[in-house]
Each structure stands twice: as C-alpha cells, then as structure tokens.
Design a protein. Structure first.
Length: 191
C-alpha cells in the first residue's frame, strides 16, 4: 500500500471503531439516554458525584484513546502523501485531544472539557481543510461535515440544544466528523 492507502485505512478503521465503541458502551450503560447523557458519560458520569459503569467505561475510554493514536499515525501518512504540514497537524491535534478524552474522563473535570474541545475543534477544521486533498463532489462534503461539527460545537457551548438535549447536540458535533472520517478514509483507500 502507498501512503494514501495507509492513511485511508487508518482513518476508516479509527472512525469505525470509535462509532462502534460508542454504541457498544451505550448498550452496557444502565439507563443511558442519547438525548440526556453526553457521550463522555460513557467513560464516567459526573453530576455532583461521579459514577463509573463497567464495562462501558473501559470500552469507551479505550476506543477513544485508540482513535487518537490512529489519527496521529494517519497524520504521518497524510503528510507524506500530500506534503501539507497544516492538515497533518490538524489531525495530530485532534488525535491528542481524543487520547486526552480517554485518559482524563469526566472525573478530571475541566481537563476533560479542554481535551473534548481540542478533539472536536481540530477534527472539524481537519475535515474542512481536507477538501483541498479530494475531488468534487466529496470536497463539498468535507466542508459540510466539518462545518456541521463546528456549528454544533458553538451551539453546544452556548447551551442551545435545539430540542435534542445535551447528548443529542453533542452527537451533532461528533457524528459528522466521525462519519466524514469513514468517508475520507474510504476515498483515500480507493484512490
């Protein structure tokens, strides 16, 4: 495989395993609500006191750490293929954020919030920036999915949930960029 195919394989694998990890952790979390519980509750739920449900926590935290490591690895091959340090660094920063989310669950308080912000902000920016690396019409989807993540991040940060609840709005941040990662990975693998 060449650099493009390796990057694509890594990104596709990372996004798919993260999506599956989230859904599997939701399954094992008693009474979990995709509307009222944020995604990070799967790693540890802190509302005054902190509660950790197993095996949900180990599944979620491991999958998000693995996603971060895979993104960092993919950034190397993206840099080698496209010679864009800026885009590669967006992937690295988002990957570092994902690792931080898993290593520092909600029990870490503000540290967890900062790593979540880093993950989503730089993930959305990476999706938008990647439009330069692909052809139409997929280039349009890169911008749309990245913009959806960033717009939902602003709404979530403003406590505007559009009737989705905090968990639903957070999914509007995470899922566009994760689904974009599967598409971008598939695009690179097939190129």
């Amino acid at each position: 495989m060449d650099n493009r195919q390796v990057a694509g394989t890594l990104l596709f694998t990372g996004a798919v395993e993260a999506i599956l990890g989230i859904h599997l952790a939701e399954f094992f979390y008693p009474g979990y609500s995709v509307s009222m519980n944020v995604i990070s509750d799967l790693g540890a739920t802190c509302n005054g006191t902190c509660v950790i449900h197993q095996p949900s926590a180990i599944i979620f935290n491991t999958s998000v750490i693995l996603l971060g490591l895979i993104m960092i690895a993919a950034s190397y091959f993206i840099w080698r293929e496209f010679h864009s340090a800026a885009i590669a660094w967006l992937f690295v920063l988002s990957g570092i954020g994902a690792i931080g989310v898993g290593v520092f669950p909600e029990t870490a308080g503000m540290v967890h919030v900062v790593f979540s912000l880093i993950t989503f902000l730089f993930g959305g920016l990476a999706a938008i920036a990647a439009h330069r690396l692909v052809k139409e019409p997929f280039s349009y989807f890169c911008v749309i999915m990245g913009a959806m993540t960033l717009a939902a991040l602003v709404l979530y940060g403003s406590d505007i949930y559009l009737g989705l609840g905090p968990g639903g709005m957070e999914r509007m941040i995470a899922y566009p960029v994760l689904l974009w990662g599967t598409g971008f990975g598939g695009y690179l693998m097939s190129s």
